[in-house]
Ligand binder design. Structure first.
Ligand SMILES: [Zn+2]
Length: 237
């Protein structure tokens, strides 16, 4: 076959495959929504109608957007129970007053000042792609893109981990960085004035934890990182 024709044929096959996969996934989502609408929604209609008027979650959770780490499933909660904030590598940026778009900080401000949540949980996890990229200086992440600058929030955690002499392998360093980054996010939470004032008054607790998706274990980060500020971490989870 003519090489150009062959190239065209291969490209066409790839496009057909791509669309057939996308269609099947969308069909799966539509069928799933039908099951939700006719099942869960019907069984819980009164509660969901009340929730439609007002939400009053007691917990705000910062977790990773990783598709394997779904707070609703992990903590077996109902709609309305967790104010869920998800971003790359479950990071909390320090308080900053500039013109940038601070999505995570805005969501935290809303949870604390409007919803009056009683706890903020930062949930780290194993095999985090964001932390792996930070530790390995992943070439796939463009220096002029958004991920590289976002992950700089975790640079202090990376430096702390690389300075430790008890971690022998790159894998151990990455695991440690996933946990240490949570403790730095807890510290960064305390730089937000509306969070600090409530923690100091005792009306808000900050909790760090780590989900090991390989074993299913949930670990409190404060038990691993002695450097986490003790005063701001509640042992209740
Ligand atoms: Zn992650």
């Amino acid at each position: 076959m003519n090489p150009m024709l062959m190239e065209y044929w291969l490209l066409r096959q790839r496009i057909i495959l791509k669309f057939s996969q996308e269609e099947s996934m969308i069909e799966k989502l539509i069928k799933g929504y039908d099951r939700f609408r006719n099942g869960y929604f019907q069984r819980n209609q009164a509660r969901l109608e009340a929730l439609a008027l007002e939400q009053a979650p007691e917990v705000a959770m910062v977790s990773c957007c990783d598709s394997r780490v779904d707070p609703g499933i992990l903590f077996d909660v109902e709609p309305g129970e967790i104010f869920s904030i998800r971003n790359v590598a479950n990071l909390v940026p320090p308080f900053e007053k500039n013109g940038d778009y601070h999505g995570t900080s805005a969501a935290l401000e809303f949870a604390v000042t409007c919803l009056q949540v009683k706890q903020i949980v930062v949930l780290g996890h194993a095999n985090c792609g964001g932390i792996r990229a930070l530790m390995e200086n992943d070439d796939a992440i463009r220096s002029d893109g958004f991920i590289d600058s976002w992950m700089q929030i975790a640079t202090p955690a990376k430096k702390e981990v690389l300075a430790r002499s008890d971690l022998d392998t790159a894998e151990q360093q990455k695991d440690a960085c996933e946990k240490t980054a949570v403790s730095y996010s807890l510290r960064n939470l305390m730089t937000h004035p509306w969070i600090r004032s409530r923690v100091e008054k005792g009306s808000l607790d900050l909790v760090g934890c780590y989900y090991d998706l390989r074993s299913g274990e949930l670990i409190e980060v404060d038990e691993i990182n002695a450097s986490t500020p003790k005063g701001s971490v509640n042992k209740g989870l």
